[in-house]
Write a protein that binds this ligand. Sequence first.
Ligand SMILES: [Zn+2]
Ligand SMILES: [Zn+2]
Length: 191
Amino acid sequence: MAEISLKCSCGTVQGTASNITVKSGLRMVCYCKSCQAFAKHLNQEDKVLDEFGGTEVFLIPPSEVKFHQGSDQLRCMRVTSKGPYRWYTECCKTPVGNTIKSSIPFFTMVHNIMEHEAKSENSLGSIKAHLNGKDARGNLPPEKIKSRPPLKTILGLISRMSMWKIKGLNKPSPFFNASGEPTSKPSRPAA
Ligand SMILES: [Zn+2]
Ligand SMILES: [Zn+2]
């Protein structure tokens, strides 16, 4: 599948992610406390997190993401002062994904913004890594608790991000303006 549709749960924000294949990005689940806190601040834990508190994401370069409707509804927050910019929609608090800064071709798209049909093994491939399993809730199966993803996955991630950087796929980005500032002022959720 080359292109998948993005849509928040109320339909105000709509867009596409291009060049999506099982080899183009990396499908991962992150159990870290900050990802859990993000879902909690949005009051979307039941829709975002799996039974162990994991958030499923798909890593792609930000330049593949375009919003053709409702981009003025995009907001971002930082759960910790140095943490990633975590994007969501103001209209219905759908999580969109996480970015680091404008120079880094990194966008982990949260599963909720992808249209239902897109979230399959056929379009995204299998889950390649379970991250921060030590922060999971309940009894995560032992093979998912490993603190680090397999070397093959790390190398895959490094090689993809290096290639994306060489190709300049960190921009254009719907999340940063030309001077590298986030397009929405980051908020810090109340503790
Ligand atoms: Zn919405
Ligand atoms: Zn996380």
